[in-house]
Design a protein around this ligand. Structure first.
Ligand SMILES: Cc1cc2nc3c(=O)[nH]c(=O)nc-3n(C[C@H](O)[C@H](O)[C@H](O)COP(=O)(O)OP(=O)(O)OC[C@H]3O[C@@H](n4cnc5c(N)ncnc54)[C@H](O)[C@@H]3O)c2cc1C
Length: 334
């Protein structure tokens, strides 16, 4: 890559991923005065924090959480973020259990889960529709994208799913120490096919509008109308099992929708008027790295994400916090 390109944007730290992990890292750095730029390949920020819309007529719009469905809290450090989101009316309590009430709050975005990402991104320098294709390091990182624009920074944080991060490192000819590379290669993910179905009539899904299933094909159904994010449409999210998702990954959408809607028929009890299918290749890590983030000693490079802690929003935030602190230490900002 040539650094003579006039379109170079400079930062102290470049973060790959406008997802929850990347946004937490960037928030921590910005609070300590470190200049940070986030880059994401997608048009919308959030990664697996995703909310989609399907319109039928002017008056009918379904709003669906197509990735994460809700969050809950175990760790007091995570509770601090959650309290802030509650205070600023980004999230609300959905319920205290599905089927059985266990007194443990489950929270959801007031207007969908992607609101959390939008809220965190409000005062950050986020560049969407910016796919990183390679990078190089010579005193500084030079990050190449699909557009003419390049980004330069002293530190690089990668928060994409591990296989994607490894592919990027390979494309950039950046070797990792063998032991670390081996550990990262052991991390595997389940895939998940999601169907978003807009119904003609209300569903039969019991209150509060979410149900876990022990089925061959379906693992979860959510009624986004009951959840409160889809006031003008009966919007149902259907999550397929990893087994179904692997088997039908390359099948056409009509077949997938037919199979999953048939399997959920007892809970739907209404014609589907419109649908979308979303395929999450890296939905949920099955194996994990043995530290909350990875900081290389050889290079100013940090990696983080849910595969470093656990497969939840909380796990991603905890990993992002660890990575943010590590980067601050490297900049000697405390
Ligand atoms: C269907 C589904 C249901 C879930 N349900 C729950 C739930 O109920 N509760 C819960 O706590 N968790 C749930 N999760 C898990 C939760 O969503 C994740 O743990 C969390 O969002 C992971 O975030 P992350 O920051 O690690 O990465 P991701 O959100 O995966 O973000 C990775 C980002 O990297 C970007 N990227 C990748 N490559 C490049 C590149 N080359 N250039 C630029 N950008 C790039 C991507 O665009 C993406 O934005 C669910 C996930 C899925 C898919």
């Amino acid at each position: 890559m040539s650094s003579s390109n006039p379109q170079i944007i400079n930062s102290d730290c470049i973060v790959i991923g406008g997802n929850i992990t990347g946004l937490i890292i960037a928030t921590i750095l910005q609070r300590r005065g470190i200049k940070v730029t986030l880059l994401d390949q997608c048009r919308d920020i959030g990664g697996r924090l995703a909310t989609r819309r399907i319109s039928q007529e002017k008056s009918i719009e379904g709003v669906f959480d197509s990735g994460i469905q809700y969050l809950s809290v175990k760790n007091p450090q995570f509770q601090v973020w959650v309290d802030d989101w509650l205070k600023h009316k980004v999230i609300k309590e959905w319920c205290q259990g599905f089927g059985e009430v266990d007194g443990k709050p489950r929270y959801c975005g007031i207007n969908g889960m992607s609101e959390i990402a939008k809220y965190l991104a409000k005062n950050l320098d986020v560049h969407t529709s910016t796919k990183i294709i390679e990078f190089s390091y010579e005193k500084k990182w030079l990050i190449g994208t699909q557009s003419e624009r390049q980004y330069q920074g002293d530190m690089l944080a990668m928060t994409s799913p591990i296989p994607e991060s490894l592919s990027l490192l390979d494309a950039s000819f950046i070797p990792l120490p063998l032991e670390i590379r081996f550990s990262l290669e052991q991390i595997e993910y389940d895939s998940c096919i999601v169907v978003l179905a807009l119904l003609e009539k209300p569903s039969n899904i019991p209150a509060p509008g979410g149900i876990s299933l022990e089925d061959d094909s379906l693992v979860w159904l959510a009624d986004n109308h009951q959840k409160g994010i889809s006031p003008d449409g009966y919007a149902i999210t259907l999550l397929a099992t990893p087994k179904f998702s692997d088997y039908y990954w390359d099948s056409d959408d009509v077949e997938i929708v037919y199979k999953l809607v048939t399997a959920a028929a007892d809970y739907l009890d209404s014609p589907v008027i419109k649908y979308q299918v979303h395929r999450w290749r890296y939905s949920s890590p099955k194996t994990f790295y043995n530290e909350s983030c990875l900081g290389l000693l050889e290079l100013p490079l940090v990696m983080a994400g849910d595969a470093f802690v656990d497969p939840t929003l909380e796990g991603s935030v905890m990993s992002g916090m660890a990575a943010g602190e590590l980067i601050c230490q490297r900049f000697r900002v405390y």
